[in-house]
Design a protein around this ligand. Structure first.
Ligand SMILES: [Zn+2]
Length: 168
């Protein structure tokens, strides 16, 4: 994740004012502008069909080749639910007709200068279209919930557990 080194307004090198993970931020010693390192919102789609869950195999780093839920980052100026529909379509070719919030999970970056991510999981109750891998996905498949492959993202695993337990 890119970390700004220079002031957006005047170009002066920025200084760290608080190195703690909780309140890491940069300030400009010249014009005193503050730059916050807020976590970045991302969405994940839980698409179920006849008891099977749709997973995509990642075509790009990090963790290229591993299976995970379809999803991605919310774009600037984009509604969160719109981001869910867009990412699902880009990666799987499916149009979400209905999406219900499952849970919101924080991924805290261990690097104090790094941004964390807030993963917003939606269960897609109805969808249209023919599944085909696209964008950052090299393959996709519906897996029985009892026979899922290893998924390296703890936030995705937590969302799947909620659905398996029938709490979402
Ligand atoms: Zn400045």
């Amino acid at each position: 994740m890119t970390i700004e080194r220079y002031c957006f307004y005047c170009g002066t090198p920025l200084k760290t004012v608080n190195g703690s993970r909780e309140h890491f931020r940069l300030v400009c010693p010249n014009c005193h502008a503050k730059f916050y390192k807020n976590p970045i919102p991302a969405v994940a789609a839980l698409v179920l069909k006849e008891g099977k869950l749709l997973l995509v195999r990642r075509a790009a780093p990090p963790l290229e080749g591993s299976w995970c839920l379809p999803g991605g980052f919310v774009e600037a100026g984009e509604d969160v639910r719109e981001a869910l529909r867009r990412e699902l379509f880009e990666e799987t070719g499916l149009h979400a007709k209905e999406a219900r919030l499952v849970d919101v999970i924080s991924f805290v970056n261990e690097n104090p200068e790094g941004r964390g991510v807030v993963i917003i999981g939606y269960r897609v109750g109805a969808f249209e279209g023919n599944p085909r891998p696209g964008d950052d996905a090299e393959a996709l498949r519906f897996f029985p919930l009892t026979e899922l492959p290893p998924i390296p993202f703890s936030s995705h695993v937590a969302l799947i557990e909620k659905v398996k337990e029938g709490r979402a």
